[in-house]
Ligand binder design. Structure first.
Ligand SMILES: Cc1cc2nc3c(=O)[nH]c(=O)nc-3n(C[C@H](O)[C@H](O)[C@H](O)COP(=O)(O)OP(=O)(O)OC[C@H]3O[C@@H](n4cnc5c(N)ncnc54)[C@H](O)[C@@H]3O)c2cc1C
Length: 327
């Protein structure tokens, strides 16, 4: 591991000011939450910062606050704290279910929600020091000619990573918003707009600019009559990332969908919303036939690589299962 200096930030303002200062001085710096993901990348020398700014020492960023319309989750709240929070279990069951699917209990005890959403891809080419791939400073996405069994089938090219987070699809399905702090102040945007496709930026997974950090996620309570479901397929029962996952939230009455969200994980470089499927279901009875059609619409335009054609059928079937369980 390259030698670096750790700085325990005392406030959001100090963290963003330091990030900006180091950027101006052309010295590399990154922020760390629980460190469960980024330290691995540092050990492998995939990232080699001069400075690491520890956000866990900032007071007040690890709380879950209830307000009338939803929950405000501080970015430094651990996944375990979210999973166990009574209001998350009562009102946002799909989030609790998605969190419980992420990594292992040990990692959920250390890993934060901010870090989970900002985690780097778990692509084996990206994580190996032997490949200077497109996500790093290289020009090539090795999955195109290499082993592509876990790579993207939707929204990809020129990079074929998949977004690794389990919480992100559930949060997008719940219409969550994200608060970002930078040197010029704070902004709040829909979480859906936080993630970026490789056609726009093949080096980063989100719109955070240098010097910006995530401070909070707001999750509105679902409308009355809504039910959500998170379903994940992984290769083994121990910790593993999603091969395909789906988060659905359906507001229905008498089995007829009024408002639907379908968001896929593990198939695209961002949590992949399926607007055609959502619109198709509007006003329709959720049954075998309509959910099958929704699955087909969601996968329209899928472009698998040579080893991951199987993801198409898997995603269709997961969508159908999740929708049928959401009414
Ligand atoms: C073995 C293993 C298996 C895993 N399996 C899964 C899985 O199945 N599903 C899943 O969802 N996740 C999985 N993960 C990822 C795990 O959930 C993350 O490691 C964890 O959530 C990251 O949180 P952290 O606070 O430790 O992040 P860190 O390691 O501290 O940071 C991760 C990244 O986010 C950035 N970051 C952190 N906090 C902020 C912030 N507030 N603002 C801006 N940027 C920030 C860091 O700079 C870094 O780039 C796995 C990880 C490991 C190591």
């Amino acid at each position: 591991m390259k030698t670096f200096e750790n700085i325990d930030a005392k406030s959001v303002n100090q963290a963003v000011t330091l990030l900006r200062k180091f950027q101006q001085e052309k010295r590399s710096a990154l922020v760390v939450g629980g460190g469960s993901e980024i330290l691995q990348l540092m050990k492998e020398r995939v990232v080699t910062p001069d400075y690491v700014i520890n956000l866990k020492t900032i007071p007040g960023l690890n709380t879950i606050k209830e307000d009338r319309s939803g929950l405000r989750i501080g970015a430094l709240t651990t996944l375990a704290e979210i999973e166990e929070h009574p209001m998350v279990r009562e009102k946002l069951l799909i989030l609790s279910a998605a969190v419980a699917e992420a990594a292992s209990p040990q990692i959920r005890n250390a890993g934060t929600i901010g870090g989970n959403i900002c985690q780097r891809p778990f692509c084996w080419y990206f994580r190996s020091a032997n490949f200077n791939c497109l996500r790093k400073t290289g020009q090539v996405c090795y999955s195109v000619t290499g082993d592509s069994r876990y790579h993207a089938i939707l929204g990809a090219g020129p990079s074929y990573i998949v977004h690794p987070s389990d919480t992100a699809p559930a949060l997008v399905a719940l219409d969550a918003q994200i608060k970002i702090a930078g040197a010029t102040g704070e902004k709040i945007i829909p979480l859906e707009k936080f993630f970026v496709l490789p056609q726009v930026d093949s080096k980063h997974e989100n719109i955070l600019k240098p010097g910006e950090i995530v401070t909070e996620i707001f999750v509105p309570y679902p409308k009355s009559g809504s039910k959500g479901f998170y379903h994940k397929v992984r290769e083994r029962l121990a910790w593993d990332h999603a091969i395909v996952s789906v988060a659905t939230v359906v507001q229905s009455s008498g089995g007829v969908a009024r408002d639907t969200r379908v968001v896929l994980g593990g198939v695209a470089p961002i949590p992949w919303r399926a607007p055609k499927a959502e619109q198709f279901l509007h006003g329709k009875k959720i049954d075998e036939e309509t959910t099958q059609k929704a699955g087909e619409l969601a996968l329209e335009g899928a472009k698998p690589l040579k080893d991951n054609v199987y993801k198409i059928a898997m995603a269709k079937s997961l969508i159908q299962r999740a929708l049928l369980a959401s009414v």
